[in-house]
Design a binder for this molecule. Structure first.
Ligand SMILES: Nc1ncnc2c1ncn2[C@@H]1O[C@H](COP(=O)(O)OP(=O)(O)OP(=O)(O)O)[C@@H](O)[C@H]1O
Ligand SMILES: [Mg+2]
Length: 314
């Protein structure tokens, strides 16, 4: 099982679109994929379920909000109980052997994120505060170690555009981080900042783990950056526009994060409605046009880098 966080502080850069479509294409290649929506905006969830379906079937009993809520994440309900299998998307991958599951989100996760952050304080000794830090930050990591999740080849976590505690639990749980970004000044500016903040989190976590060696169930973490995926790239006559090419090259040469070869082109026709039909765009596409082919190549590259079994080209 590979766990990958899809994150960027910057909003609207294509995180959710990438998560939904990467998961869908991987599942169509026979992989067992779990998507986790950690964004209170709930866009990934609504890529697979209508608002009515979510209201009727998931809202009160099966969202990640219930799991993070309470005294300590996971005390009130197990993560495995939240897993659902979106029917329409899975209907498109029948007979492939693959499967696409989801843990849905809830707007109320905003409040929970703040409550969790408050829980970091309130301890009386330094030892207790370190223990609390480790317990809270590693909650998702511990939960994903459960036997139930061994059945998955790939877990993709769609993060909110922030560096709140819930996002941090995703980083701690992940072996790799995928960073979608637009090829423009503001989007590329924040990349090194993101890397540094992740490094700081990892350093602090491992520092506390080392102090507590032997006394608990926490091991050190070492998530790495799988790379930046440039999204909404403008392509004319098979070429990336000059301005965007310059930003991409700038990041390739000077940033701390590797840049993936594959890009996702700007195509409102394919990606514009963020999968409102309950089926991600790349599963809806009838013929293999340029956009689909490019996306398939990106999936080859990502699954190849992750060394996911069965992730090779069809
Ligand atoms: N390659 C693309 N071409 C055209 N439109 C796109 C593309 N990728 C995403 N979009 C559109 O851009 C908007 C933002 O995309 P998306 O929701 O995936 O971004 P996000 O990074 O998850 O946003 P947020 O930070 O709010 O969670 C959506 O309306 C989506 O349909
Ligand atoms: Mg999103």
């Amino acid at each position: 099982m590979r766990v990958v966080a899809v994150m960027n502080y910057k909003g609207g850069v294509g995180k959710t679109t990438l998560t939904a479509n990467l998961g869908a294409v991987a599942a169509s290649r026979g992989l067992r994929v779990l998507l986790i929506d950690l964004d209170p905006q709930t866009n990934l969830t609504f890529s697979f379920y209508s608002v009515e379906d979510w209201n009727d079937r998931l809202k009160d009993t099966r969202t990640i909000r219930q799991w993070y809520g309470g005294e300590m994440p996971g005390r009130e309900i197990s993560l495995a109980e939240l897993v659902v299998t979106p029917e329409r998307a899975n209907g498109r991958i029948e007979n492939t052997g693959g499967r696409l599951d989801l843990i849905s989100s809830h707007l109320g996760l905003i409040d929970i994120d703040l409550e969790l952050a408050a829980m970091l304080g309130g301890t009386t000794t330094l030892e207790a505060s370190k223990r609390r830090f480790l317990d809270l930050h590693s909650c998702l990591r511990r939960a994903l170690m459960d036997e139930h999740f061994r059945a998955y080849d790939l877990v993709l976590i769609d993060c909110a555009p922030n560096f709140g505690l819930v996002t941090k639990t995703a980083i701690v749980a992940s072996e790799q981080i995928l960073v979608p970004a637009k090829a423009d000044y503001l989007s590329t500016l924040g990349l090194d900042y993101l890397v540094r903040n992740c490094e700081k989190l990892v350093e602090q976590f491992n520092d506390y783990v080392n102090h507590k060696r032997g006394s608990g169930d926490h091991g050190p973490i070492d998530p790495s950056f799988l790379g930046v995926v440039f999204t909404m790239v403008q392509i004319y006559s098979q070429q990336v526009t000059l301005a965007q090419h310059a930003y991409i090259e700038e990041v390739r040469l000077n940033s701390m994060v590797p840049v993936l070869e594959g890009v996702i082109r700007n195509s409102p026709k394919h990606f514009g409605d963020a999968g409102e039909s309950g089926v991600p765009a790349m599963l809806r596409a009838t013929g293999k046009d340029e956009v689909v082919k490019e996306f398939e190549q990106l999936v080859d590259e990502v699954l190849g880098a992750l060394a996911v079994p069965g992730g090779a080209k069809r």
